[in-house]
Design a protein around this ligand. Sequence first.
Ligand SMILES: Cc1cc2nc3c(=O)[nH]c(=O)nc-3n(C[C@H](O)[C@H](O)[C@H](O)COP(=O)(O)OP(=O)(O)OC[C@H]3O[C@@H](n4cnc5c(N)ncnc54)[C@H](O)[C@@H]3O)c2cc1C
Length: 304
Amino acid sequence: MNPLIRVIPAFLVRSFASPYVAGDSLAKAVDVVQKLRRERHLWSTLDLLAEDIRTDQQAQQNVDAYLQMVDAAAALPVDVRPTLSLKPSSYTTKPMQHGGDAAGSREAMFAIAERAKQKGVALSIDMESRHWTDFTLATFRAMHERGMDHVGIVLQTRMNRTERDLDALPKGCRVRLVIGIYREPAEVALTDKPAMKERMLTFAETLLKRGHYVEFATHDDAYVRRFLEQVAKAGIGKDRFEIQMLYGVPRERFLADLLRQGIKARLYVPFALGWDMAIQYLRRRLDEYPAMVWLVTKNLFSRR
Ligand SMILES: Cc1cc2nc3c(=O)[nH]c(=O)nc-3n(C[C@H](O)[C@H](O)[C@H](O)COP(=O)(O)OP(=O)(O)OC[C@H]3O[C@@H](n4cnc5c(N)ncnc54)[C@H](O)[C@@H]3O)c2cc1C
């Protein structure tokens, strides 16, 4: 990690993190999910901030936390119920980016997916850095082969491989399209942001044509508008896609406008089991994506 980011005091990181984190317990996060739905008519995806796993005990705690999240989601009425998002690295002490084999992660995700299926809760598997892509897609495909069609996947348009990965998706599965948060080398990925966003439009078109459900996840209003024009032109029903953004990024007016047009919108709602975890998470995000300091600061002063 960049030494400068390591020395930013915890209280400062926490003040940056707080608008983006729905609290330091599952109960607080569930409260946020209910408020978003009842007061702002927005759906949610719940995510536990839990990376950088050092011990088997931590990995098991994350599995247990996700099983509790499944139960908490299932206890909510269907018209409020969030989906859950999983990160494969949360369940292993052998992370792929450090040459590990992700031991335990596949089994953990299957156990969570099994429980979620029984309880009627939908899941998505987040996409992490390029080291994880093969493992994540293989696990996802194996889940669908076992009838776990309540599980969706994330594809990152910056990655050059994504065009091929589109061809190997399970039939009709749910796909969240993002540009990707991880900095990847030019040999394997685009480095130009507008080009990544153009790919979001192209890939969304391909996916919709092939019968997938598309979760178009970006805060870029201009690209959301272009996506909506594209689907309207193609005569795609509003039940075939949704727009997703991160909790805390100020897009209130824009989202309210989407809802007025009958477009489904969902926020990705991260929470932590203690602020230490949230602070660690934000430090890593700042390290991967230093421009976030500027984005967060700008957002503190703007409401859109
Ligand atoms: C619902 C959702 C799920 C995601 N899941 C994944 C995933 O599984 N894997 C993955 O690699 N990436 C994921 N991402 C991150 C995504 O890949 C992008 O890195 C991120 O959304 C920024 O790109 P953008 O398209 O919003 O455009 P940008 O051009 O980066 O942002 C447009 C504007 O949005 C605001 N903004 C964007 N990001 C932030 C932020 N973090 N904090 C504050 N303001 C911000 C700023 O005002 C900025 O000017 C997810 C994003 C969303 C919205």
